[in-house]
Design a protein around this ligand. Structure first.
Ligand code: F6R
Length: 257
């Protein structure tokens, strides 16, 4: 490479990419790995995403929990984000999403579930509380991520600069449109703002696994793996972490080859 030239599309060596024929197979393998980490009541602190991507994973975890009597008593969770104005009991909150798709199906003690409260009167105070809670839990062992079509992780949207810690943020229009399905298909109903873990919070995890499935994720996954580290593709900051695995389906894998 010529000194001073733009970075090439070389893979960052520390990021492991794993390809699966379909999202169900990916979900089954990842659920098995996560479940194995919880074995025999071992403590595990997870960072968890919402959205369409983890649906198959949560279904597989719920199934495995039933069939293998997995013990969630020492598991702690911190979700990545929540919409401003929404919280527990709201049908469109991410908290409700998690209850419906995971927490109602596993015996996790409610005190072990960490969530940002989108209804907090002072978002800054709420975000600081969340950071303290994560620290008090001993930090995040494993963060699971999806990726936005624009390369966001959590709700860290592309920008000239990113905020490292948990913070309030404004959602890009494509992000609001992508979330319309959770609001009865009405993009106008999607809040404009959200609270999100920052990229620094995510990068503080011991281990990170990003799932990407479907043709819409080809461009952001290519940018995060093959492009430069840039705040314009927030997921590209994962190249700086030493223990990142990207699990993709055949659609995404074919485009990376
Ligand atoms: C949501 C989150 C987001 C999503 C991303 C992809 O908690 O952290 O970064 O992972 O927007 O969403 P889906 O999976 O719906 O394509």
């Amino acid at each position: 490479m010529v000194c001073g030239s733009r970075p090439t599309s070389t893979y960052p060596s520390s990021v492991v990419v794993e390809a699966f024929a379909a999202e169900e197979a990916l979900a089954e393998v990842l659920a098995g790995r996560v479940a194995a980490r919880m074995g025999a009541g071992r403590p595990l602190t997870l960072g968890l995403p919402t959205g369409r991507t983890p649906l198959a994973l949560y279904a597989a975890l719920a199934r495995m929990t039933r069939s293998h009597r997995i013990d969630w008593s020492a598991v702690r969770t911190f979700n990545l984000d929540e919409f401003v104005g929404l919280g527990a009991g709201d049908p469109h909150s991410y908290r409700t999403f998690m209850e419906r798709h995971l927490f109602d199906h596993v015996a996790i003690p409610s005190r072990n579930v960490g969530f940002l409260d989108g209804r907090a009167v002072d978002p800054a105070v709420e975000c600081a509380r969340y950071e303290r809670a994560i620290r008090a839990a001993g930090g995040l062992d494993l963060v699971l991520l999806g990726i936005g079509g624009n390369g966001h992780i959590g709700f860290n949207e592309p920008a000239d600069a990113l905020i490292a810690q948990t913070h309030a943020t404004t959602l890009d229009e494509p992000t609001r449109a992508a979330n319309a399905w959770w609001f009865g298909g009405n993009p106008a109903a999607v809040p404009h703002q959200a609270l999100t873990m920052g990229v620094g919070t995510i990068l503080s995890a011991t281990e990170i696994v990003l799932m990407a499935t479907g043709a819409a994720k080809i461009a952001p996954v290519r940018a995060m793996l093959q492009g430069p580290v840039t705040t314009r593709v927030p997921a590209s900051l994962l190249q700086l972490h030493r223990n990142v695995r990207v699990m993709v389906d055949a659609d995404v894998a074919a485009a990376l080859a």
